[in-house]
Design a protein around this ligand. Structure first.
Ligand code: 13P
Length: 234
């Protein structure tokens, strides 16, 4: 089954989220949909056709950590998945692979499945470093996990130069990276993320190596998301 994860990022007011949720309820799909809204709306989530995810988690458990949200708290909100290591957090919050590793361990201790984002910058691809970057991120983020835990991590390949830019890698570029990932992580689901939309899905869906998608911009447009899913599942 294809996995389609919706990363709302820092979008939607409370009123907009209510309307959005009503529209999402109408979406028809045979894929597994995972909605990752703002923390603020986790407890408003009431859809039965979609799984719930978070966009981030603390490296710490509950305690004196102002502004943090722990894996335990997420679990109580019925969160089953959590994005970690998104490139926006790596860039704007200077998140490091070591912290991402801590977060993944916290998630597993509360049976929450991590969706681990990896991907190279434009300059790294220009220098031919993309495989090296992705493998380093994966190795460091999964350090000291059990083999069973390692196999459960959902990996999202999101080339940074592709996020929100309308640019997508060629099929050969995506296949090359996914093969590299699967050599090291043969059991894992690998999603593609970065400007995936209802138009380029016709091309992307031909890539049999892709186990699903992590959608940013398109996640906020239920009508276009429906077209995307119909094309993907045709
Ligand atoms: P876009 O789909 O808007 O390019 O964002 C991708 C992304 O960052 C999902 O996590």
């Amino acid at each position: 089954m294809m996995i389609v994860a919706l990363n709302n990022k820092c979008n939607l007011t409370k009123k907009e989220f209510r309307e959005y949720q009503i529209k999402l309820q109408e979406v028809k799909t045979t894929s597994k949909l995972i909605l990752c809204p703002s923390f603020l709306y986790l407890d408003q989530f009431n859809l039965t056709n979609i799984k719930l995810g978070a966009q981030n988690v603390s490296t710490t458990d509950c305690g004196a950590y102002t502004g943090e949200v722990s894996a335990k708290q997420l679990k109580e909100e019925n969160v089953d998945y959590c994005i970690v290591g998104h490139s926006e957090r790596r860039e704007y919050q200077q998140e490091k692979n070591e912290e991402i590793n801590e977060k993944i361990k916290r998630l597993f201790s509360y049976q929450i499945t991590p969706i681990l984002c990896v991907g190279e910058k434009r300059s790294e691809r220009e220098e031919g470093l993309e495989k090296q970057v992705v493998l380093k991120e994966l190795t460091m983020a999964t350090k000291d996990l059990t083999e069973e835990e390692k196999g459960k991590v959902i990996i999202a390949y999101e080339p940074i130069w592709s996020i929100g830019t309308g640019l997508i890698p060629t099929a050969e570029q995506i296949i090359e990276i996914i093969h590299t990932i699967k050599e090291m992580f043969p059991q894992n689901k690998v999603l593609y993320g970065g400007s995936a939309n209802e138009e380029n899905i016709d091309t992307l869906k031909e890539i049999s190596e892709i186990d699903g998608y992590l959608l940013g911009g398109l996640s906020l447009k239920p009508e276009k998301l429906q077209i995307f899913l119909e094309k993907l599942e045709k």
